[in-house]
Design a protein around this ligand. Structure first.
Ligand code: GLP
Length: 242
């Protein structure tokens, strides 16, 4: 694991967007997996700007959505699907047949998970996974206590996740479950970028990077990945001791 501390959210987002562009230039058929949320928002905006400025063709890439709120339709502005459509797909030439997002309304979420696992295997695995970290140390919806050995699955959401998650919704929304790639997908991804910014993430970043590697703090798994980069700003790095 490599750690890079940037001056601010803009600088780390710029670097993350650059890494995605460089990967696509090297490998036009790359398999990308992105998280939604406040952290990667600026990365997505800068990715759109850079890809347009440099005429980057994304039509051969495969796009995998990291997670979704179970029961929340894609038209809801708090859904991960809404985020990706608005921040990424409508601005870039991803091919719709190469976009895979969890269907949060599926009658069979287990089947949905199996299909997502198959898509990843059939496409040769994830080349680049870009994730954020939740206030309780989750990655995607891999909540505290989850096994490091799971692929896609349905998760019962922690109280922290359901309350912090309200920030994505216009009105109070009942959230109970999430559907998510598993930490085994993260471990098997060829490259992982974990992003965090702001002072509110400082405590969880300190625990993830300097505490025990444990499923009680899922983000600590990033240290088990041989090709991972933690990209944080000075505020998120403020509680690191070393
Ligand atoms: C959310 C999502 C994650 C996201 C994390 C951090 O609940 N399930 O995929 O990375 O929490 O979100 P944010 O970047 O908005 O702080």
């Amino acid at each position: 694991m490599q750690l890079i501390v940037f001056k601010d959210h803009h600088d780390l987002s710029q670097q993350a967007a650059e890494e995605i562009i460089e990967l696509v230039k090297r490998k036009p058929g790359a398999v990308l997996c992105l998280a939604s949320g406040s952290t990667p928002l600026l990365t997505c905006e800068l990715l759109v700007q850079k890809a347009r400025a440099e005429n980057i063709d994304l039509s051969s890439c495969t796009f995998i959505g990291l997670d979704e709120w179970v029961g929340i339709p894609p038209e809801n502005e708090g859904s991960c699907a809404y985020f990706f459509h608005n921040q990424v797909f409508k601005h870039l030439n991803f091919s719709s047949s190469h976009i895979y997002l969890f269907n949060a309304l599926s009658d069979s979420p287990q089947q949905e998970c199996k299909e997502m696992d198959n898509v990843i295997f059939e496409n040769g695995g994830i080349d680049l996974m870009l994730v954020g970290v939740g206030m309780n140390g989750h990655i995607g919806f891999n909540e505290p206590g989850i096994s490091f050995d799971l692929y896609a699955h349905v998760a019962e959401l922690d109280e922290t996740t359901t309350s912090v998650g309200q920030k994505y919704f216009k009105e109070a929304t009942e959230l109970h479950q999430g559907i998510t790639l598993g930490l085994k997908h993260l471990l098997e991804s060829k490259k992982v970028l974990l992003l965090a910014n702001g002072s509110k993430k400082a405590a969880v970043i300190q625990k993830a990077l300097e505490g025990e590697i444990t499923n009680r703090l899922p983000a600590s798994i990033i240290r088990r990945h041989p090709n991972s980069t933690v990209m944080i700003d000075e505020e998120a790095a403020a509680m690191l001791k070393r």
